[in-house]
Ligand binder design. Structure first.
Ligand code: BGC
Length: 258
């Protein structure tokens, strides 16, 4: 168990990534983007209602002995501290004031809540390869859904939802998320062929300078990246599936910065 307080370690932050199957939190060294100690993971409660998830978030924060601000990601559009969508989470999230919810569950402390792919995108900008900070870049996460972050010279255009773009009548994430790969037992090659279709469509519409692909499956990028046929450069995310937590911790720090 990590016992790290903000007072002793001002460059540390705390991030929590709320996913479809697990809720994972860690202390983050904001100077390096590395975790301090092992992350704590608890299975996402079912149903994944706001109250149930907030309870797990409080449990993780307390298990880690963290008493500072907390950043939290959600697989939802978040505007004005309110969740607006709930594709892979309980529909009760829609319209929830997520800042008030988590602040309430965490003893009134400062919290920052943002979309999971946006959090991962800003972490890649801070700690990833140069290509992420140069020009118009589309960062994507492949997990339960497909998340997206649009980055222009490292600046985020938040709450893009490319996973829901329809391709031949099917939402991109229903075609090519990594959950679909598991569900349909697709080989890496067969799944990569679907990702290829999705990326060609994104390239046709948005013409980015590069795609950066993240999420858990980016850890096996050697197995499938070479099957993609795009002219646009494509690279695996550097922070792999650590990015959401790191970005959440960064957002919490930015939120409380003087
Ligand atoms: C959600 C996005 C989220 C993505 C990845 C999609 O279904 O609509 O908000 O970023 O999944 O979790």
């Amino acid at each position: 168990m990590t016992q790290v307080g903000t007072a002793e370690a001002p460059s540390f932050g705390f991030g929590i990534d709320v996913g479809g199957s697990g809720i994972k939190g860690a202390v983050v060294d904001l100077a390096t983007g590395e975790f301090v100690g092992a992350p704590t993971t608890i299975a996402t409660p079912q149903p994944s209602t706001p109250e149930a998830v907030a309870g797990v978030v409080a449990e993780i924060v307390s298990a880690c002995g963290w008493d500072g601000p907390v950043g939290i990601t959600l697989p939802s559009v978040v505007t004005n501290h309110t969740a607006r969508t709930a594709a892979n989470i309980d529909p009760a999230w829609i319209g929830t004031d997520v800042r008030a919810l988590f602040a309430g569950a965490l003893g009134g402390r400062e919290v920052a809540v943002l979309n999971d792919a946006d959090a991962a995108g800003i972490a890649e900008v801070a700690f990833g390869a140069d290509v992420v900070r140069e020009g118009a870049v589309i960062f994507l996460t492949f997990g339960t859904g497909i998340g997206s972050a649009f980055l222009v010279d490292g600046v985020l255009f938040p709450n893009t939802e490319l996973g829901h773009l329809r391709i031949d009548g099917t939402e991109a994430e229903h075609l090519a998320s990594s959950a679909v790969r598991d569900r349909e037992s697709l080989s890496y090659e067969a799944w990569a062929a679907r990702v290829d279709v999705v990326l060609h469509e994104y390239a046709r519409l948005f013409n980015p300078a590069a795609f950066i692909l993240g999420g858990g499956i980016s850890q096996q990028a050697d197995e499938w990246l070479h099957h993609l046929t795009l002219e646009t450069p494509v690279a695996a995310a550097t922070l792999r599936n650590r990015a959401g937590i790191v970005g959440a911790a960064m957002a919490a720090r930015a939120h409380v910065a003087p």
